[in-house]
Design a protein around this ligand. Structure first.
Ligand SMILES: C[S@@+](CC[C@H](N)C(=O)[O-])C[C@H]1O[C@@H](n2cnc3c(N)ncnc32)[C@H](O)[C@@H]1O
Length: 230
C-alpha cells in the first residue's frame, strides 16, 4: 500500500495471467478513451460518492479498489478521505495509465496494480477496506468466487467490503424499474440480480452480507452491498 505522494503502477500478474483475457470497461479496448466522458454523462460519480460514504473510511486506513479502471472510485475515496492509503487494481494497462495521469495531475497519491480480482495484491488480514464499482459483473463466475475468498483473506477482522454494481437483493424493489430488462438480458449483469452479490459474499464466509442501498439508475437497478470480516 502506498505511503508517499507519488503515483505508481505495479505489475502483479503471473506469466499465465499476462495471457488472460478480460472484459474491458467499455466492452472493447478501443473505446477506452471515451470511458470517462461516458461515465460523466451517465452520472456515475454520485454512485462513487455514495459508495465512499457507505464505506466510511477513516484517516490512515488502507483501501483496495477492485476493477478500478480509470480510478474514478479511487479518486472519490481520496477526495472524501485524503489521508486514506488507496490502491487501485485492474487488468487493463491502458486504463491504469489514464488513472495514473489523472492522479498525477490532481497530485493524489495512488498506487495502481495491474492484476485480477481473483488474486488480490495484499497480505492476509492487511486491509481495512475493499471497494469496487461496476466491476464485478466483468469478472467470470469462477473468478468471482475466488474474489470472495480473497476479500475475506486480505481484510483484517472488522475490515469492510463495499460493492456497487448493477443488481438487486432478493425480492426487493420489484422487477419493473427502468433498465431492469436490459440488466436481466445481459448475462454479465444478470448474475447480480436476485441477490447474486449477497450470495457471492455469504458463500465466501462473510456472515453479515447485506444490501445497504439501492438506486434505480437510468441504465438499470444498482445495488450497494456491504459485508464485514468477522
Ligand atoms: C465498467 S469498468 C468500472 C471501472 C471503475 N470501477 C468505475 O467505476 O469507473 C469495469 C472494470 O473492470 C475491469 N475488469 C475486468 N475484468 C476484471 C477482473 N477479472 N478483475 C478485476 N477487474 C476486472 C475492467 O478492466 C474495467 O476497468
Amino acid at each position: 500500500m502506498n505511503d508517499t505522494t507519488t503515483v505508481r503502477i505495479l505489475d502483479h500478474r503471473t506469466p499465465e495471467e499476462r495471457e488472460r483475457e478480460f472484459l474491458p470497461g467499455m466492452g472493447k479496448p478501443w473505446l477506452l478513451p471515451l470511458y470517462d466522458v461516458f461515465s460523466r454523462f451517465s452520472r456515475v460519480r454520485p454512485l462513487h460518492e455514495r459508495t465512499v460514504a457507505l464505506a466510511d473510511i477513516a484517516p490512515g486506513q488502507s483501501v483496495l479498489d477492485v476493477g478500478c479502471g480509470t480510478a474514478n472510485l479511487s479518486l472519490a475515496v481520496l477526495r472524501a478521505q485524503p489521508a486514506a492509503r488507496v490502491t487501485g487494481l485492474d487488468p487493463d494497462a491502458a486504463a491504469l495509465r489514464l488513472a495514473a495521469r489523472k492522479a498525477s495531475r490532481l497530485r493524489e497519491p495512488l498506487t495502481l496494480v495491474q492484476g485480477f480480482a481473483e488474486r488480490l495484491p495484499a497480505d492476509d488480514g492487511s486491509l481495512d477496506h475493499i471497494v469496487s464499482s461496476l466491476a464485478l459483473h466483468h469478472v467470470p463466475d469462477e473468478a468471482r468466487v475466488r474474489f470472495g475468498s480473497e476479500a475475506l483473506r486480505v481484510l483484517r477482522p472488522g475490515g469492510k467490503v463495499t460493492i456497487v454494481d448493477f443488481g438487486r437483493a432478493d425480492g426487493a424493489h420489484g422487477r419493473s424499474g427502468r433498465g431492469h430488462s436490459a440488466v436481466a438480458a445481459n448475462p454479465h449483469t444478470a448474475r447480480n440480480l436476485e441477490g447474486g452479490l449477497l450470495r457471492l459474499l455469504a458463500d465466501a464466509g462473510f456472515t453479515d452480507a447485506r444490501e445497504v442501498a439501492h438506486v434505480e439508475h437510468r441504465f438499470g437497478p444498482i445495488t450497494f452491498v456491504q459485508a464485514t470480516r468477522d
